[in-house]
Write a protein that binds this ligand. Structure first.
Ligand SMILES: *[C@@H]1O[C@H](CO)[C@@H](O)[C@H](O)[C@H]1NC(C)=O
Ligand SMILES: *[C@@H]1O[C@H](CO)[C@@H](O)[C@H](O)[C@H]1NC(C)=O
Ligand SMILES: *[C@@H]1O[C@H](CO)[C@@H](O)[C@H](O)[C@H]1NC(C)=O
Ligand SMILES: *[C@@H]1O[C@H](CO)[C@@H](O)[C@H](O)[C@H]1NC(C)=O
Length: 401
């Protein structure tokens, strides 16, 4: 048995001494909630150390009237799953189950397989993979996609918190027994049943050996959920074909997973730390995240992005076209958004609007827009989705703790 101990920040009264300027204390503005089971890792510590910069950046922005109503005090707090209370986890799970029942708003002629609001996000991802994943779009388009999903949980399903993230490092030892994947009623579901046919995933940087799963998820809140959209580009064997060549038809099948410590070892805290601190420009950050330099003596060198996707993998989670069909997708992209944000905040004046400049982006980075079509009403300039604290008229207003 493990005991989870939460340490909530104490709001200290500011010394009310005349003429004394209170020292900056971001902890008095942000509700920090930690689980003592997980000591802070090097990235958590870097993030805490960065909060003074964030506070100074926000003070300037507020003074210039450019914060669009977003402040550190009112920003949504995205937490690591394990740092949330069991009550908060339960609230999140219930909202996810609600989205999995709410009627679809996707164009039914194009996506007859989309039956629920949850499916809508899969359907969008399936048909817009190009603009979601090109060089200019990857970070900001996923930030907006995640926000649209978080808003659906909150506005359509009554979720009171903000989207959790998965700190990969916490899953590099014993992921199947973690609060995220242990399969109990307040986890995000368990591992897939063992599938001896699944030996692993071949990446350009080597084989991610199977973690021992690969079959249907049989435990936890989503064991009865059926993926219907897809597959698009399956990585598992024996995934039934979609009746439509577009992948948008009705193809009910269980959710499969391979909870994989080998994948997670590609995203240890030291790797994320090096990614943030050694990438002097956004191109380096992008390349290191996606395809780190070859290193023959490193058996887990697939990059933090691939690692994050294949901590759960499977179908639809491991299928790059329909990966949002495993709710873990959003935990992973929240973590990527967190790493990008910490990188930006090391030097916000030059990094906030830094765009990947490696070719392979559609349109001009300065004028490019993000259009989630029928999924979310607003078409937004891409740089608005670079700004977590006030972007797009304050629609983006969240921090990671
Ligand atoms: C989530 O739903 C379950 C089952 O209906 C219920 O027992 C539980 O109290 C709900 N959790 C929260 C936080 O409301
Ligand atoms: C699920 O497991 C986590 C981690 O051990 C624990 O904190 C939580 O209380 C458990 N939930 C239930 C419903 O048993
Ligand atoms: C393994 O593959 C064989 C041949 O395709 C198939 O008949 C069998 O059902 C598969 N086993 C599992 C557990 O999926
Ligand atoms: C290559 O990997 C090894 C083993 O993980 C590590 O010790 C070494 O620092 C890496 N080299 C580079 C250049 O990153």
């Amino acid at each position: 048995m493990r005991s989870d101990i939460w340490i909530t920040s104490v709001l200290l009264p500011t010394a009310a001494l005349a003429g004394v300027v209170a020292p900056r204390d971001w902890r008095a503005k942000v509700n920090v909630q930690r689980n003592g089971f997980y000591p802070l890792d090097v990235v958590d510590k870097l993030e805490e150390a960065t909060m003074d910069k964030v506070e100074a950046y926000m003070a300037k922005k507020v003074a210039a009237g450019k914060n669009n109503g977003c402040t550190l005090e009112n920003a949504g707090v995205r937490r690591e799953w394990g740092d949330m209370t069991v009550e908060q986890r339960s609230d999140f799970i219930n909202a996810t189950l609600c989205l999995m029942k709410a009627p679809s708003k996707a164009p039914q002629a194009q996506f007859p397989g989309a039956r629920t609001r949850f499916d809508d996000f899969m359907a969008y991802h399936l048909t817009n993979a190009g603009s979601l994943h090109d060089t200019i779009g990857l970070f900001p388009a996923h930030k907006y996609f995640l926000l649209a999903y978080e808003n659906a949980l909150r506005n359509e399903c009554g979720y009171k918190g903000y989207h959790p993230y998965m700190n990969y490092d916490r899953y590099t030892k014993d992921p199947v027994n973690s609060a995220l994947f242990n399969g109990n009623a307040t986890s995000m579901g368990g591992n897939g049943a063992p599938d001896p046919n699944y030996t692993g995933l071949r990446t350009s940087a080597g084989l991610i050996k199977s973690g021992g799963g690969g079959g249907c998820v049989t435990e936890g809140p989503f064991k009865d959920w059926k993926a219907t959209i897809g597959p698009g580009a399956p990585v598992m064997n024996n995934v039934p074909k979609n009746p439509l060549s577009s992948g948008g038809g009705y193809n009910p099948r269980c959710m499969r997973r391979d909870i994989n410590v080998n994948a997670a070892l590609g995203a240890t805290a030291d790797r994320s730390y090096n990614l943030i601190t050694k990438s002097k420009d956004i191109n380096t950050f992008y390349n290191t995240l996606l395809t780190p330099p070859r290193n023959a003596s490193d058996p887990y060198n697939w990059g933090v992005h691939t690692a994050g996707h294949y901590i759960a993998g499977g179908d639809p989670g491991g299928d790059p076209m329909v990966s949002p069909g495993d709710p873990i997708f959003y935990f992973h992209h929240a973590m990527l958004d967190r790493l990008w944000w910490i990188w930006q905040m090391q030097d916000p004046d030059t990094r906030l609007n830094a765009q990947v400049n490696l070719g392979g982006g559609t349109g001009n980075g300065a004028t490019r827009k993000i259009d989630l079509k029928w999924l979310a009403p607003d078409i937004i300039p891409v740089l608005e989705a670079h700004d977590s604290l006030g972007g797009h008229g304050g629609a983006f207003c969240h921090i990671y703790v």
